[in-house]
Design a protein around this ligand. Structure first.
Ligand SMILES: *Cc1c(COP(=O)(O)O)cnc(C)c1O
Length: 379
């Protein structure tokens, strides 16, 4: 163990300095290209909500556009404004906003989703907002117009178009079985959307972009008349349909301290782990406040010096401990928490399984104390 050497290094600036999320933007580009290849008739709308699932909205949006995505999508108004402020000019759709945010959205040329006549009136009363996408609820039962209110909504929208107050650029819906595709349900939703589009045309609307599918739906649902596929999970390498996507985020930390403990000694709060034999443990300075799920204690492992080492004892707010066993480790040794799995490290999917959740949740949970560093793959 090399304590002296560790002490000689400049003091890290806070614990976060010891950890980082390395984002490979070439993986993002490759993933966009994979969808373009597999769904050549559709344009890609890159979903960069929630800071691009924790990957960083602006760099990811730029990479997606470079790879041929033509639209951007975010959940919330503030996320849309952030992209515009960074100079991204691609058509951009947001689907959750407050009436008070509409003026700014309009000024920044952001398209908004509209589900009800009341929302339509709100939007129409803000002259800056031009483009809307009418959303039809085809079965998710979250946002969207109910089918029985759809004709009224489309007629009201057509009246506004005639007055020049807004343009219905899109008609859309969202799949209910998006991440575990259910072909029957998805086809039923597509059929309802088709009917909705027909009724909208009958009301006089001429939407130029129709869209339904998310990442998995883009692969599993045959919907040739749709113009856009809204790709979120797939951008980041969450590969729900096995199409060879590449995870873009690698979460790294370092062995901040290395210590020997004797058989019978406990580690971390409550001594949930007691060493059965003399061993070496590493302190990894990242914890549940940074998005390491506390519930994974007892299951999780990380990669250090090419070896999977189990996380032992409770995961704390800022740190956890791993058992290095007989592996010789110096303080400062890199620790891979997750990556694309190519070196034997866990993937975000594996962490998700340990935590009883989905990789989306793992990525989005990586906290603001973890700096993001952007890197191109050296392959
Ligand atoms: C998050 C989201 C998407 C992206 O779905 P993925 O399964 O992550 O590709 C698409 N559309 C809407 C409305 C969303 O909220």
């Amino acid at each position: 163990m090399n304590v002296v050497q560790a002490r000689q290094r400049p003091a890290p600036v806070g614990i976060a300095g010891l950890s980082e999320a390395v984002i490979d933007l070439s993986a993002i580009r490759d993933n966009v290209r994979t969808f373009r290849r597999l769904a050549p008739r559709q344009d890609v709308l890159a979903v960069v909500k929630a800071d691009a699932f924790g990957h960083g909205a602006v760099p990811v949006a730029r990479a997606a556009i470079e790879a041929g995505a033509t639209w951007l999508g975010v959940a919330r108004a503030d996320e849309a404004l952030q992209l515009r402020a960074a100079g991204l000019t691609a058509p951009l759709l947001t689907w959750l906003y407050d009436a008070a945010e509409l003026m700014l959205l309009g000024d920044m040329d952001v398209d908004v989703s509209v589900s009800t006549v009341a929302e339509l009136q709100q939007v129409a009363s803000v002259p800056a907002v031009k483009y809307v996408h009418l959303k039809l609820d085809t079965g998710l039962h979250r946002a969207g117009s109910t089918p029985d209110q759809w004709i009224e909504l489309t007629r009201a929208a057509a009246r506004h178009e005639a007055l020049g107050t807004l343009v219905v650029r899109g008609i859309w819906s969202h799949l209910s079985h998006g991440d575990a595709p259910d072909a029957v349900q998805s086809r039923k939703q597509l059929q309802l959307l088709r009917t909705g589009v027909l009724l909208a045309r009958r009301a006089g609307l001429m939407p130029s972009v129709l869209h339904l599918a998310n990442s998995a739906g883009a692969i599993t649902l045959d919907a040739p008349e749709m113009d856009l596929i809204r790709i979120g999970a797939g951008l980041y390498g969450i590969d729900e349909t096995g199409i060879g996507l590449r995870p873009a985020m690698r979460l790294m930390s370092k062995a901040a301290q290395v210590r020997r403990i004797r058989a019978g000694e406990g580690v971390s709060y409550g001594h949930d782990f007691v060493a059965e034999r003399d061993t070496t443990v590493l302190l990894v300075p990242i914890g549940y406040a940074d998005g390491i799920p506390r519930v994974t204690a007892g299951q999780a492992s990380v990669l250090c010096r090419g070896v999977r080492m189990p996380v032992v004892g409770r995961i704390a707010m800022d740190q956890f401990v791993v058992d290095a066993g007989a592996v010789a480790v110096d303080a400062g040794e890199p620790v891979t928490i997750f990556g694309d799995g190519s070196q034997g490290e866990p993937t975000a999917k594996e962490w998700a399984d340990w935590a009883g959740t989905i990789p989306h949740d793992i990525y989005c949970g990586i906290g603001t104390r973890v700096p993001r560093r952007y890197q191109e793959a050296t392959r």
